[in-house]
Write a protein that binds this ligand. Structure first.
Ligand SMILES: Cc1ncc(COP(=O)(O)O)c(C=O)c1O
Length: 320
């Protein structure tokens, strides 16, 4: 398969803008800018909209009628999948981890508004419930298409290879891209795109939930698979992937001082809204790396905002 044969729908507002962050730059002593993938447009945006452009094209080709995916209760990926399904006329089933929250807010509110059917895993293992729900949808003749966890298959990751092409066309000099990394698709796609489009800078994933060794392994494997899907020969080893895992804090979705301070600072200094789970942690980590001298002063750092802001509303008590 080559580049030309990978089909794509148009769901996102692209290119997303790049904005300088003058006050934070002065405060931190680096040249900081931001790429606004929180503004990809569909159903409050985020990084998954890019991936869904490729994944839904595949679903259409396969004749699917129903999209089914899974995630945490406040999954941004699930909300964006529900938005894409609504826009393209698919039914959507979301298998969410745990029990329904006492208040329907943040992404769960939006999942409902977007017309998704939600299956809660309760006390059961969410992956098991997901498999059963998928099989049931098949038996019911609903022609389900399984959107991979986090949209992170080679087809989904290909979107971030294209996003690096978009960045190169924007012609903003960048020494390093920093962003929140979790299921690895965003980072894998960026790494492939960097090779394809001769991006000269570093790509630093700030892990929100996984130890560096395992995330590097995941990203390298996915990057190699994505490259071969795109007709590129890439043979990356995990040691060539850059992941920082010093900011896992209390675990996935647990807001600590790092996230809280970053969210307050970026909002009050630049009018930017981060999220409590991903971008707040990544921005907090990035600032810590700068303050510790792990990132050189004067470096041109692009913080790639991957979205997630709707979940702010599910964390009101922890953000005051
Ligand atoms: C806001 C936000 N940022 C970053 C990520 C991580 O992206 P990836 O799963 O491609 O590593 C996610 C994934 O859910 C997300 O919702």
């Amino acid at each position: 398969m080559n580049k030309a044969s990978l089909s794509r729908l148009r769901l996102a507002h692209l290119p997303t803008p790049i904005e300088p962050l003058p006050r934070l730059s002065a405060m931190l002593g680096v040249e900081l800018s931001i790429k606004r993938d929180d503004q990809t447009g569909l159903a409050l945006g985020g990084n998954k909209v890019r991936k869904l452009e490729f994944l839904l094209a595949e679903a259409q080709t396969l004749g699917a009628q129903t999209l089914i995916t899974t995630g945490a209760a406040q999954s941004n990926h699930c909300r964006q999948t529900a938005g894409a399904a609504a826009k393209q006329g698919f039914a959507c089933i979301l298998v969410l981890a745990g029990h329904p929250p006492s208040q329907t807010t943040g992404n769960v509110l939006l999942d409902n508004l977007l017309g998704a059917e939600i299956v809660w895993s309760g006390d059961r293992e969410v992956g098991q419930v997901f498999q059963e729900t998928f099989k049931q949808a098949q038996q019911d003749g609903r022609q389900p298409y399984m959107v991979p966890y986090g949209g992170s298959s080679p087809v989904g990751a290909a979107a971030y290879a294209a996003a690096i092409g978009e960045l190169m066309e924007q012609d903003v000099p960048v020494d390093r891209i920093a962003f929140a990394s979790s299921s690895g698709g965003t980072q894998a796609g960026m790494v492939v795109g960097a090779r394809m489009h001769a991006f000269p800078g570093r790509i630093t994933g700030i892990s929100v939930d996984k130890p560096a060794a395992s995330l590097c392994e995941t990203v390298a494997t996915l990057a190699n698979e994505t490259a071969s899907l795109l007709g590129e020969d890439l043979n990356l080893a995990p040691s060539q992937i850059e992941v920082k895992d010093a900011y896992l804090g209390g675990g996935y979705g647990v807001v600590g001082n790092l996230e809280r301070n970053a969210i307050h600072l970026w909002a009050s200094q630049e009018g930017l809204l981060l999220d409590p789970v991903y971008t707040g942690r990544a921005a907090g980590g990035l600032m810590d790396m700068i303050q510790k001298g792990e990132i050189d002063s004067g470096e041109r750092v692009l913080f790639w905002h991957t979205g997630g802001t709707p979940s702010l509303f599910a964390y009101t008590d922890q953000l005051r």
